[in-house]
Design a protein around this ligand. Structure first.
Ligand code: FUL
Length: 694
């Protein structure tokens, strides 16, 4: 055959290919540094400096450097924990609002150089930089713009000071991956002894564009965090969640650090002008700084999993804070919890059930070899499925070959060319039928859905709306094991008992006779009444795997259905919170209002042999009782001598349940007279008051 005849079709195919347009980017787009930052996904925040030693969250600025003296500071321990938990970096509060510097800054005396730690020769930033290098982590730094120590704060001179510190930090310690600027700015402070209130115009005072430029000049690849970016933005809350709809694009020029419309940051803007993705900062305990009184409040595994899936699973990076303690170490309880989180995540994402399976799409851009549906399952970052230009809705079906169970769906857009998807659904094919199992909005860098466990032989992704043609680069499906933590056991004032498991798909078995529960015990179905004294033990079980949780145990005395608070008598609605058997609610009142004490009517005579007390459990707990007297009376008039008087131990640091016993006494009325509260506070507070009976 004529050579030309053979070559013609070949050449025309090749020519045709080169004519197929590549997908057009749709602005705004991430920079290369932002792409690297996206891939960091999960890293550690460390709040540690003067507040650690003063037990505060915000120091005034007049603290003596002499107070800073960690006994066992070990940044390598922080780095080890970060690395073992799968985090990629550590951001440290080099300077918080009180102005104390963790490095020996040339520009102030208010730093480690005047502390007893290492005789003033220490440098925490240096130690962290070394530890990060050793563990292959990146280091970031927090330099609070607000400085309650500095005499010049509020004037032009302070801006020079601030920028000098930027220079010190960004030239002296190697690569810094992120510079962290919080939004709190201006207010009362020490200010070099002025002790006054200083307000600044948060928008203009720092000349942010020039300050950001300085930062970038010193480290061009750095990511700057603030409410408004420019590179990554705050998510608008400190509770650990991003919006289900979450756009990386943001109308950035409408924001600045501390700007008032911060709620919009939770979801970004579909028509945003700049690429400013969310970073979700949240602490593993209620406080950012270490307080011994929060040792019992380190977040539970289910709470940490919620944080993970609601941040990283919603197109944001997770910055999980660890309040390093006075020793200079991450507390054992925090280490234990983050390791539980890491272990669970490892199992959740253990085996990708759709890796390299067959996929078909209702639309694929010409040049199927490059843009075919299978590209979402090939595990490669640089390949993606794309639809034709103008095609903004399409479906992609994955053939699993056989029925499999799954409950996690992970999807990623090829964001180098912009974030596009506005609406998508997921369907599962089982027993000849398609069933919708999720209906969602945005995807972005990464979206992870936790779904009810579903069996299917095919999975279909339907993208229903997007800003431009679709570019999906990764899709993974997993069957995460059940979360098996101790069931929550609670009983209300009326005596109705409820059990709850962290995972809705497990069974709970329980006993009320003190024996250990197992599969042969009673299966929990719904709340039921048990108003008497009892001990409840419960276990969560996954019947498929046979695995079970540790046993949860809770002891209850008589239900408080007949109880009322008689004194102080003016606000029964509020005072009833002290006897509602709900530890999360509390009641406080000023001591002077009723110095004689709190009187509770138990509704009927009981043989009492002790009391229980839970202090206010809110973050800023009020009126924690330290010294008390307790009386029991038949008629509420003749009280006689106290049945017990004493001190609840270590209440400042450990405000947990207290139980004290005394010789049995019959009575219907209980009086608690408060002799002293923690820090001599002029309020008395209760989350719960209870009695122990025979
Ligand atoms: C806030 C600060 O005021 C808190 O103390 C903490 O540092 C948090 C991460 O940022 O703006």
């Amino acid at each position: 055959m004529n050579r030309i005849l053979i070559l013609f079709p070949l050449l025309s195919i090749l020519y045709g290919c080169s004519q197929i347009p590549e997908p057009e980017p749709i602005a705004p787009l991430p920079s290369e540094s932002q792409m690297n930052w996206h891939e960091m996904e999960f890293y550690m925040f460390v709040h540690f400096n003067m507040n650690t030693f003063t037990n505060l969250e915000w120091g005034f600025g007049d603290e003596s450097p002499g107070l800073f003296n960690p006994t066992q500071l070990d940044c390598r321990q922080w780095a080890r924990v970060a690395s073992e938990a799968g985090m990629k970096g550590i951001i440290l509060t080099a300077k918080h609002h009180d102005g104390f510097c963790l490095w020996p800054s040339r520009y102030t005396e208010h730093s480690v150089k005047n502390s007893p730690w290492k005789n003033g020769q220490g440098d925490v930033v240096r130690e962290l930089a070394d530890a990060c290098r050793e563990y292959g982590l990146k280091m970031g730094l927090y330099l609070s713009p607000w400085d309650r120590n500095h005499a010049d704060y509020g004037s032009e001179k302070y801006i020079t000071y601030y920028r000098n510190q930027v220079k010190e930090l960004l030239t002296g310690y190697g690569e810094v991956f992120e510079f962290w600027l919080d939004g709190a700015n201006g207010g009362t402070g020490y200010y070099g002894g002025a002790n006054e209130n200083r307000l600044v115009d948060r928008k203009t005072y720092y000349d942010w564009p020039a300050t950001f430029q300085l930062i970038k000049d010193l480290q061009p690849d750095i990511i700057i965090f603030s409410d408004a970016g420019p590179d990554t933005r705050w998510v608008g809350n400190e509770a650990g969640w991003a919006g289900e709809t979450n756009w990386c694009p943001l109308k950035r020029d409408e924001f600045w650090p501390g700007s008032p419309h911060y709620r919009q940051l939770t979801s970004g803007h579909e028509d945003g002008t700049h690429w400013v993705p969310t970073e979700i900062d949240v602490s593993i305990r209620p406080g950012w700084y270490y307080h011994p009184y929060e040792d019992h409040k380190v977040h539970s595994l289910p709470h940490l999993l919620d944080i993970y899936y609601h941040s990283l699973g919603r197109n944001g990076n997770l910055l999980l804070n660890f309040p390093v303690d006075k020793r200079g170490l991450i507390h054992e309880k925090d280490v234990e919890q983050v390791m539980k989180l890491a272990g669970t995540l490892k199992n959740d994402f253990n085996q990708n059930l759709v890796f390299k399976k067959k996929a078909e799409a209702t639309n694929t851009r010409q040049n199927k070899r490059k843009y075919g549906a299978g590209k979402v399952l090939d595990g490669r970052k640089e390949t993606y499925w794309s639809t034709d230009d103008g095609i903004t809705s399409a479906s992609l079906t994955i053939d699993l070959e056989e029925e499999v169970a799954f409950n996690r769906f992970l999807i990623q857009e090829y964001i180098r060319l912009g974030q596009r998807v506005k609406e998508f659904t997921v369907e599962a094919f089982s027993e000849g039928e398609w069933q919708e199992i999720a209906s969602e909005t945005t995807i972005g860098y990464k979206r992870i859905l936790r779904l009810p466990t579903t069996r299917a032989s095919k999975i279909r992704l339907n993208i229903n709306q997007a800003k431009a043609c679709l570019l999906i680069y990764n899709l993974e499906v997993y069957n995460a094991p059940k979360v098996l933590t101790e069931p929550d056991i609670s009983r209300d004032k009326e005596g109705t008992l409820s059990l709850a498991a962290a995972d809705p798909e497990v069974n709970i078995f329980y006993t009320v006779d003190g024996s250990d529960p197992d599969q042969a015990s009673t299966l929990y179905d719904e709340p039921f009444a048990v108003p008497g004294k009892l001990i409840v033990k419960a276990v969560a079980m996954d019947e498929a795997s046979g695995l079970k949780s540790p046993v949860g145990t809770k002891e209850f005395d008589m239900a408080k259905s007949k109880w009322s608070v008689l004194l102080p008598s003016d606000d029964s609605e509020k005072s009833s919170r002290a006897i509602d058997d709900n530890p999360a609610t509390s009641w406080t009142y000023p001591v002077e209002k009723f110095p004689a004490g709190t009187v509770v009517d138990l509704g009927e005579p009981l043989i009492i042999n002790g009391i229980s007390y839970l202090p206010d459990q809110s973050r800023w707990a009020k009126g924690i009782i330290e010294q008390y007297e307790c009386y029991v009376s038949e008629n509420g008039k003749n009280w006689g001598d106290p049945v017990i008087a004493g001190e609840f131990p270590n209440m400042l640091n450990s405000p947990v349940w207290q139980k004290v016993s005394f010789p049995e006494k019959r009575g219907r009325y209980l009086k608690i007279k408060v002799l002293k509260t923690v820090n001599e506070e002029k309020r008395v507070g209760f989350a719960e008051i209870g009695v122990l009976t025979r």
